[in-house]
Design a protein around this ligand. Structure first.
Ligand SMILES: Cc1ncc(COP(=O)(O)O)c(C=O)c1O
Length: 404
């Protein structure tokens, strides 16, 4: 008989860690040895949290704001979230329709575990943010993947709504829509969002909309938030957070917006998992939303310049096809030609690039399911000098592999 320490719940056995975190640990390991690693794998802005936000957290600590708070989050922060969303997106969100969570990922977890039963199906647009799949697997729910269609370096990625609709079965309960989309950098056009809601209504499924990159719009593109459609709120679980916009990944602060009765259910579970979000971090969140927003704007302008620079540089490399992402801080170039020429897969490409040139990129396979197998994700969350150096090494690596 197995010792009790090995008698896990069945569904935890198949859960994977995250490649991005593994690569991060390896990059740190090389750095400790004094090797300069160029890390394009990072999923967080490289600027510090704006000072006024940090100051507010310090102030809250000094004032002794260190106890438990309401499990749905302090009213002041829920008011700030409602005001922010309603001003920005013309929505009609009330404070009773908001739950503050320790990061957006906890909101996603809370939503998935509250709505999905074992055997239920959830539509995931691939390539995808990995936790959607792992959480589904943990619950015993089944991810059904709908690929983003790669239209080439001029047009980028397109959501195929027809195949999405065809993937719906009578077990489908949820569609996860990550828009703007990690890792492709695509933005779903407004007419597709409306169509998605119509699909959700006709099949009785709910949309979990993860809009964590909504401030990272790099083009004059028509980003439309799902929260702006007040008539569709019965079909929506809306998730956002502070990690990316305010460079607050380590603070752990996010939120979920849904109908009041949904929030009541979710908060009953939340209070039994994390009691409440961290008190003083919530105070900082209020100030983050109230502004000033200049540091955010400056960051986006900086990221736009880096994206343009990186696209130009990558386009100089034979075999790399890159589309200038419309949003996020990632590029998702295809290296299909290189891979088929060399007869290697994208994982071993990324692995060798790290081992030989100390450059971290994430293989597209890090984003379930398989649609990313000819792609790499490169973050432009590092300064131009490092980008230049990293792309130079990347080019050298390809030249050596292809033309040795
Ligand atoms: C698509 C997407 N959703 C959610 C998150 C998680 O955000 P948080 O740090 O607020 O949990 C990330 C972070 O990488 C992400 O890329």
């Amino acid at each position: 008989m197995e010792p009790p320490t090995l008698r896990y719940r069945e569904s935890i056995k198949g859960i994977s860690g995250r490649k991005s975190f593994t690569y991060l640990a390896r990059a740190k390991e090389y750095s400790r040895k004094g090797i300069e690693v160029i890390n394009f794998g990072i999923g967080q802005p490289d600027i510090p949290t704006p000072k006024h936000i940090v100051e507010e957290a310090k102030r809250a600590l000094d004032n002794g704001f260190t106890g438990y708070t309401e499990s749905v989050g302090i009213l002041e922060l829920r008011e700030a979230v409602a005001e922010y969303l309603n001003t920005r997106y013309g929505s009609d969100v009330k404070t009773s329709e908001i739950i503050i969570t320790p990061g957006a990922l906890s909101a996603i977890y809370l939503a998935m575990i509250s709505f999905l039963d074992p055997g239920d199906e959830v539509i995931v647009i691939e390539p995808s943010y990995p936790p959607y799949t792992e959480i589904a697997k943990f619950i015993g729910a089944i991810p059904r993947y709908v690929p983003m269609i790669w239209m080439g370096s001029e047009e980028g990625f397109r959501l195929d709504l027809e195949s999405l609709e065809n993937s719906i079965t009578n077990r489908t309960k949820m569609i996860i829509l990550n828009n703007p989309h990690n890792p492709t950098g695509a933005v779903v056009p407004p007419r597709d969002i409306e169509r998605l809601f119509e699909i959700a209504k006709s099949y009785g499924v709910i949309i979990l909309a993860d809009e964590i990159y909504d401030n990272f719009i790099l083009e004059e593109t028509q980003f439309t938030s799902t929260i702006s459609f007040s008539e569709w709120r019965d079909y929506l679980l809306y998730v956002n957070g502070f990690s990316k916009t305010f460079s607050m990944t380590g603070w752990r602060l996010g939120y979920l917006v849904a109908r009041e009765e949904v929030i009541a259910k979710l908060s009953n579970l939340a209070v039994n998992i994390w009691s409440c979000p961290t008190s003083f971090v919530q105070k900082a969140g209020v100030i983050a939303l109230k502004g000033p927003w200049e540091p955010v704007k400056e960051m986006i302008n900086l990221f736009r310049k880096r994206r343009d620079y990186m696209v130009t540089k990558l386009r100089e490399i034979r075999g790399v096809e890159v589309w200038p992402s419309k949003a996020t801080f990632y590029l998702f170039p295809s290296i299909e030609k290189i891979l088929s020429n060399l007869n290697i897969d994208v994982d071993s490409f990324a692995e060798q690039l790290l081992e030989k040139k100390y450059v971290v990129v994430l293989p597209g396979t890090a984003f379930p399911d398989k649609a990313g197998r000819n792609f790499l994700r490169l973050s432009f969350s590092l300064n131009i000098k490092l980008i230049e150096k990293g792309i130079e090494r990347f080019k050298e690596f390809i030249d050596e592999l292809m033309y040795k």
